[in-house]
Write a protein that binds this ligand. Structure first.
Ligand SMILES: NC(=O)c1ccc[n+]([C@@H]2O[C@H](COP(=O)([O-])OP(=O)(O)OC[C@H]3O[C@@H](n4cnc5c(N)ncnc54)[C@H](O)[C@@H]3O)[C@@H](O)[C@H]2O)c1
Length: 276
């Protein structure tokens, strides 16, 4: 396959939460298909390591570390895409983490942290990108659409015990997707959402006695599933397995290619057929 025949040749993408897990696989997939990618994460060292490896494979990926909840990061991501690669065609809002507890034990800080990273951060990045999309609409060649893919979760659709803040934030992502799809059709942008089921990243890593912990901005959060929980997640899925980060990235990719140009405002559930 020549570079020009790749599905995303000439397309410029931003992917948040790209140092590990699903985000890293999304960067790999989009770049493999010819996109020039700005990869963002809070974890600057791990992001740089991943981007180095991707660059060594001949892929065009640029690391831009920063906290997606800050307006300055949204501005830097969009301006870097424009300055470095001359345009912006694809935005994938993937950064996130879980902070679980019984609803009555949720603190205000916990509530706001979940809303900030899953809803406010994506909103700020899309508001920034939207200025560019609106400006470009008069010069875009006919037929070539820009793409937004927001990441939600089955928790945001069906709910999940211990995730009142997380699931509320992931449901907000669905509302944002549907509203921007309606507003931005006229800018030749499709806006869709992928809601993942269980994808095998550190968020659902197996643990025995004590949950694993991840550090986000100097706070430690318990994550992971027991072997029994993972087994039950497998059993609930029609395909009988958990997802791999590559499965998740493939679902995002479908909503970035021209074949999905008539699909907007939709939520694609990528869960291996998880029945609620
Ligand atoms: N793994 C699953 O089973 C699952 C299921 C449903 C939805 N999701 C969603 O998929 C997305 C990716 O999750 P994952 O499983 O790959 O997790 P992960 O922990 O493996 O990777 C998430 C990345 O996001 C980064 N990040 C977190 N907060 C950030 C911030 N404020 N600014 C920039 N980067 C930040 C982290 O540093 C991390 O590298 C998340 O939005 C998550 O809620 C995951």
């Amino acid at each position: 396959m020549t570079a020009q025949s790749l599905k995303l040749a000439g397309r410029v993408a931003i992917v948040t939460g790209a140092a590990r897990g699903i985000g890293r696989s999304i960067v790999q997939k989009l770049a493999n298909e010819g996109a020039q990618v700005i990869a963002n994460d809070l974890d600057a060292a791990l992001l740089a390591e991943g981007v180095d490896k991707q660059t060594q494979q001949g892929l065009t990926v640029h690391a831009l570390a920063g906290n997606i909840t800050e307006q300055a990061t949204a501005e830097a991501l969009v301006s870097t895409a424009l300055e470095r690669y001359g345009d912006l065609h694809i935005v994938v809002n993937n950064a996130g983490y879980i902070w679980n507890s019984a609803a009555v034990k949720h603190t205000d800080e916990q509530w706001h942290a979940m809303l900030d990273v899953h809803a406010t951060g994506p909103f700020r990045l899309l508001r920034e990108a939207g200025h560019h999309f609106r400006q470009q609409v008069s010069t875009d060649p006919p037929g070539r659409l820009r793409k937004v893919v927001n990441i939600s979760s089955i928790s945001g659709i069906y709910g999940a015990a211990t995730q009142v803040a997380y699931s509320s934030a992931k449901a907000a992502v669905v509302g944002m997707t549907k509203t921007l799809a309606r507003e931005w059709g006229r800018y030749h942008v499709t806006v869709n959402c992928v809601a993942f089921g269980y994808i095998d990243t550190r968020l659902i890593e197996p643990f025995e006695d004590q949950p694993n912990r991840v550090t986000i901005k100097d706070r430690d959060h318990p994550v992971g599933l027991t072997a029994a929980q993972r087994e039950s997640a497998r059993e609930m899925a029609a395909l009988g397995r958990l997802g791999r980060p590559e499965d998740a990235a493939n679902a995002v990719y479908l909503l970035c290619i021209p074949e999905s140009d008539f699909i907007t405002g939709e939520v694609l559930v990528a869960s291996g057929g998880l029945m609620n």
